[in-house]
Design a binder for this molecule. Structure first.
Ligand SMILES: Cc1ncc(COP(=O)(O)O)c(C=O)c1O
Length: 461
């Protein structure tokens, strides 16, 4: 059955959540563990483009993309066609048991498109965390070393090793230890919060990284794992030169540089991979999320000599590179082929900055508007002290939600509202969503008792 296409416009038929969502949520509470959080308790009936239609008939603008997954839209026709055709043929064989060519085709595309002018091989898995773990396995196997360097504010997943690699305690790590050893953390060159000022961030952070390598012995590190733009940690774009500096340090000490492009990759930042903005290539690049438009698929792509250093049978997984997920990825690659989605990411950034940047001076609650392409964020803090204001981010998100705009909060201090619209979002819908968000910030700002009329004015005072 083909459903009529979903109108790409916001529409509220009830308060959010509506009565049917409230009833379904009550049942969920009776059946589902309370260990899963929820951003917006509405139940979705169908979704398409950048609209989520709930069971009460509300059409909500999607600035979340299922956490950076549905970049090609929530029901992309190319993805649908590929998956339907695959489902008619077979749904699973296990690639370690018998082969299918779509697995190879996805690996070929990744080998050809991932940054790095060297011969590559890829491996497919299901989740992002699983791929990060496998990147570490490959790096350890290839180098014979154990340690893994990670960064402040990093997020790499919820499995035990990736929790160890993730920085934020609550909710990710609380009560879940002990964690695997040999994970060492170093500073990330975060411009807004660098203690001696943004202009010093790159040089001082790189010096600290090198010192930490020395403290433990650089020859003990198998991998250095970094997000080219940090995701859950607060959409932090490192200060220029930091990533190339890490590239140099890893080469100097024979450490495998693993770029975790799980959230920032696949066109999200206005380039196919975020590392392209700084002209660097990882020895291993990790992708997931938008790779398969909503079906579970993750990958590691790296230098042939690393990827083939692992003994036969050392990598795998029952569902690794499942045929339906591979088919979906082939649909995603088709959608990226003409370059328009990457252009869209840049268009989204330009429209968003036009509407949101003036809020930095017209309100006194916004410390930063940052990001690249369609990976953008607003950071809320007290003017003058930069003390993080999680309460303001929460209020802005709640206000946006009540108006039918889905946004997510992130950040080590939970004080960042992030924008991750599907790259297919139409301009009118984007502008509507941005206006709702701007108004939400203004409403929350008005309810604050701050005296200064702008953040910069308050900082100067
Ligand atoms: C940068 C990064 N790495 C790893 C992960 C973990 O991916 P998954 O949730 O698919 O395990 C995420 C998920 O948000 C992420 O943003």
């Amino acid at each position: 059955m083909t459903l009529p296409s979903l109108p790409q416009s916001r529409f509220l038929s009830t308060a959010i959540p509506g009565p049917r969502s409230i009833a379904l949520h009550a049942e969920r509470v009776k059946q589902v563990t309370s260990g899963f959080g929820i951003t917006l308790p509405v139940f979705i009936e169908r979704a398409g483009g950048a609209i989520l239609e709930d069971v009460d008939g509300n059409r909500i603008i999607d600035f979340a993309s299922g956490i950076a997954v549905t970049s090609v839209g929530a029901s992309n026709p190319r993805v649908q066609a590929q998956v339907e055709a695959q489902l008619e043929r077979f749904s699973h064989t296990c690639f370690m048991v018998t082969e299918y060519d779509s697995f190879t085709a996805v690996c070929r595309w990744l080998n050809e498109h991932t940054p790095g002018d060297f011969e590559k091989r890829s491996a497919l898995f299901s989740t992002g965390a699983e791929a990060v773990e496998n990147a570490v396995k490959v790096a350890r196997s290839a180098t014979g070393r154990e340690r893994v360097l990670v960064f402040d504010d990093a997020y790499h997943g919820r499995s035990l090793l990736t929790m160890a690699m993730t920085a934020k305690q609550n909710p990710y790590k609380l009560n879940f230890g002990p964690f695997p050893a040999e994970v060492i953390r170093a500073p990330f060159a975060s411009p807004l919060r660098w203690p001696t000022g943004a202009e010093n961030a790159t040089a001082e952070a790189l010096a600290a990284v090198e010192q930490i390598l020395f403290d433990h012995g650089p020859e003990t590190f198998a991998a250095m794992v970094v997000e080219p733009i940090q995701g859950e940690g607060g959409f932090i774009v490192p200060s220029p030169g930091f990533l190339p500096g890490l590239r140099e340090l890893s080469t100097k000490y024979g450490i495998v540089l693993v770029l975790d492009e799980i959230q920032a990759g696949m066109g999200r930042t206005g380039a196919l991979f975020a590392s392209e903005h700084e002209n660097i290539a990882g020895d291993i690049t990790v992708t997931a999320k938008a790779l398969a438009g909503g079906l579970p698929l993750s990958a590691i792509t790296g230098r042939v000599e690393l990827m083939n250093a692992v003994h036969a049978g050392g990598l795998g997984g029952t569902y690794a590179g499942n045929p339906l997920s591979c088919a979906a990825a082939l649909g995603v690659f088709e959608a990226f082929e003409d370059g328009s989605l990457i252009e869209n990411a840049n268009r989204i950034e330009s429209s968003a900055r036009t509407i949101l940047e003036p809020l930095k001076t017209s309100t006194a609650i916004l410390a930063d508007v940052r990001g690249r392409g369609a990976m953008l964020a607003l950071e809320f803090a007290d003017a003058g002290t930069l003390a993080p204001r999680a309460d303001l981010a929460k209020k802005v998100a709640a206000e946006a939600h009540s108006q039918g705009l889905l946004v997510l909060v992130c950040g080590t201090f939970s004080n960042v509202v992030r924008l991750l619209p599907p790259l297919v979002i139409e301009e009118t819908l984007l502008l509507d969503g941005l206006t709702v968000l701007r108004d939400a910030v203004l409403t929350v700002s008005l309810s604050e008792a701050h005296q200064p009329s702008s953040f910069s004015e308050a900082v100067a005072a």
